[in-house]
Design a protein around this ligand. Structure first.
Ligand SMILES: C[S@@+](CC[C@H](N)C(=O)[O-])C[C@H]1O[C@@H](n2cnc3c(N)ncnc32)[C@H](O)[C@@H]1O
Length: 199
């Protein structure tokens, strides 16, 4: 699969990936990682866990992927066609403030995405999703109705809801993602957090 560090892309196979992951029990995968800030911050904070950021767009990843961290990796891939090297790896998934085709697929119960989420996770894996009002209204949904739709789709696809809550500007500011900061200081800071556990 294709990984990126700064401007350099590097193809990594199963053997090299297994070596990188050998010392880690917990593997978190951040889907639609954007500029990778969340992965960089979390990897710096939780050194006993390995963090993988995945995004279809490479340009935004240049700065954060340059930081040399033993427990972080950035993968260029589309969420609808996740590389087989990730199969069965993730103990945790995060999807922070999805937009575009990632958000559309959560809303439409797209099989490629939903099946892919099951394929890359371990049994009992946890998943946390943050949704924001503006992205959902661009997709034609209210925040509440869009969150309900996504929750129902995931429940039908093997994920049990653990919690669902509105989050405020203060909580948004505390999340180490670039988009959370933007939203917290923007016009529409409404957001919902959904947590799931795989059946
Ligand atoms: C609003 S940004 C959020 C970025 C980051 N999670 C954050 O909180 O700062 C949404 C991200 O989803 C990515 N994305 C959208 N559709 C995708 C897809 N089908 N596969 C992978 N990434 C996708 C975009 O490239 C973008 O980086």
């Amino acid at each position: 699969m294709e990984t990126i560090r700064g401007r350099m892309s590097h193809s990594i196979g199963l053997t090299e990936l297994s070596e990188r992951l050998a010392d880690y029990n917990q593997i978190s995968l951040d889907l639609g990682t954007g500029d990778g800030r969340f992965v960089r911050c979390m990897a710096e904070k939780q050194k006993d866990r390995f963090f993988i950021g995945v995004d279809a767009c490479r340009e935004n990843l240049r700065a954060n992927s340059l930081r040399k961290l033993p427990n972080a990796l950035f993968v260029i891939a589309n969420a609808h066609a996740l590389p087989f090297e990730l199969n069965g790896l993730a103990s945790h998934i995060t999807i922070n403030f999805p937009w575009g085709s990632l958000l559309e697929s959560l809303l439409s119960n797209d099989r490629c995405l939903m099946d892919g989420l099951l394929v890359i996770t371990r049994p009992c894996a946890a998943m946390e999703i943050h949704l924001n009002g503006e992205a959902l209204s661009t997709a034609g949904w209210t925040l509440e109705a869009g969150a309900d739709q996504i929750e129902n789709n995931l429940n039908a696809s093997g994920w049990n809801t653990k919690s669902k809550s509105c989050i405020d500007e203060h909580t948004l500011r505390s999340l180490p993602t670039t988009w959370a900061k933007r939203l917290a200081f923007g016009r529409d800071p409404r957001a919902i957090r959904l947590s799931f556990q795989r059946e």
